[in-house]
Design a protein around this ligand. Structure first.
Ligand SMILES: NC(=O)c1ccc[n+]([C@@H]2O[C@H](COP(=O)([O-])OP(=O)(O)OC[C@H]3O[C@@H](n4cnc5c(N)ncnc54)[C@H](O)[C@@H]3O)[C@@H](O)[C@H]2O)c1
Length: 358
């Protein structure tokens, strides 16, 4: 009997990498359940169109009836939940969609799972797993020392991270209260091909190629722990298949970098591949702009648990992953097609503007 895995948000940056990984590494039918928001990578999906085990369903995770029909049609053995509004700056300008999709949507999906488990064959219910994919941003901001571990207290600072923290809590509660068989993961910043160019790395690559100013928030000293997207996809499949129910796993790349260092490295890589017309380094394009409100200073992951318990560790280092990523964006011109509606404008200043009016 064939089995199926539903991936919510499978048309997104990480979701499309997860689908590719699942199709290559498992025998499951992989069902991509995605609403196709502005962030979806329609082009990334074309590579799967002819795959005999790939299915696409356009649906919203807040649609109870649609979820019921999808579960009954595909009878999944697992759900990997990645669908979300994911950009911090957009959450500052308009938190409503983040509350609706990330919190209410996760609640409705959990209820759909609970209802499905109550009516599907016992054999399927016994092996079923729900994997909630979340972020290290739920833990808030670190000082110069220390790492986030699985027991770190939640302390989200942006509407995005608060909405993801809420969804984490809902999943934990649905596991404890209703016995929904759930595992969770909290991951650091991802980068790689197909990322929507509102995020730091693709934005800077595309602007550097176009000789546009490279806007670095504040002094650029904020630190993120970068993970190549395929390493994350591998970690997620590992957690889905072997993670302990009711537990969470931190996933990180052991690659802490200041934002300014990341942008400088991008300039150097782009210069190496597309020599600047006037011979002047693209580092000269770096411009320091108003900082993001409540900008977290540092994120860094202690990934000991997933390494020791599940044997996962990143295969890519930051230099090799960034070189691949920059090359991909150069080869793909202006990045993902869905990005056509986004012109690289500054987002996330609504709170700054409101403060200035007071
Ligand atoms: N990108 C990162 O660095 C990072 C790091 C850690 C965790 N995460 C988490 O991983 C997940 C995926 O992130 P991403 O960067 O691929 O996001 P993304 O923004 O690239 O993609 C999100 C996908 O979800 C879909 N979606 C949005 N709302 C939906 C809804 N209501 N119903 C169905 N589909 C909907 C979109 O169409 C899109 O295809 C998110 O849950 C995010 O919080 C991301």
């Amino acid at each position: 009997m064939s089995s199926a895995i539903i991936v919510t948000g499978g048309a997104g940056f990480i979701g499309s990498a997860v689908i590719q990984h699942l199709l290559a590494q498992t025998d499951d039918v992989v069902v991509n359940l995605d609403k196709l928001t502005y962030a979806a990578n329609v082009d990334a999906l074309s590579q799967f169109e002819k795959h005999p085990r790939y299915r696409f369903v356009k649906a919203c995770i807040t649609d109870t009836d649609a979820l019921r029909a999808i579960f009954d049609t595909h009878r999944p053995r697992a759900v990997m939940h990645l669908a979300a509004e994911s950009h911090v700056d957009r959450s500052i300008d308009g938190p409503a969609d983040f509350i609706t999709t990330n919190i209410v949507g996760t609640y409705i999906l959990l209820e759909a799972v609970r209802s499905y488990l109550s009516r599907c064959p016992r054999q399927l219910a016994d092996q079923f797993r729900f994997h909630h994919v979340s972020t290290d941003e739920v833990f808030g901001s670190l000082g110069p020392d220390g790492l986030f571990h699985e027991q770190s207290p939640y302390s989200p600072n942006s509407p995005y991270s608060a909405s993801k923290a809420s969804s984490d809590h809902l999943v934990r509660a649905w596991h404890a209260t209703y016995g929904v068989p759930a595992v969770m993961s909290n991951c650091s910043n991802n980068y790689g091909p197909w990322q929507f160019p509102e995020k730091l790395i693709p934005l800077m690559v595309l602007k550097a190629l176009a000789y546009e100013p490279l806007p670095v928030y504040g002094d650029g000293a904020q630190i993120r722990d970068w993970l190549y997207v395929d390493d994350h996809a591998r970690a997620l499949e590992t957690i889905l298949s072997r993670g302990k129910l009711g537990e969470s796993y931190n996933v990180g790349g052991n690659s802490e970098r200041k934002n300014l260092e990341v942008v400088q490295a991008i300039c150097d890589l782009v210069d190496g591949l597309v020599p600047p017309k006037d011979g002047v380094s693209r580092r000269k394009l770096i411009t320091f702009v108003t900082d993001r409100p409540a900008h977290d200073t540092r994120y860094a992951i202690d990934a000991t648990k997933i390494r020791k318990a599940l044997g996962w560790q990143p295969q890519e280092n930051f230099a090799s992953g960034l070189a691949k990523t920059v090359k991909w964006y150069i080869e793909h011109g202006d990045g993902p097609k869905g990005a056509g509606t986004y012109r690289g404008d500054r987002l996330g200043l609504a709170a700054v503007a409101a403060e200035a009016r007071q």
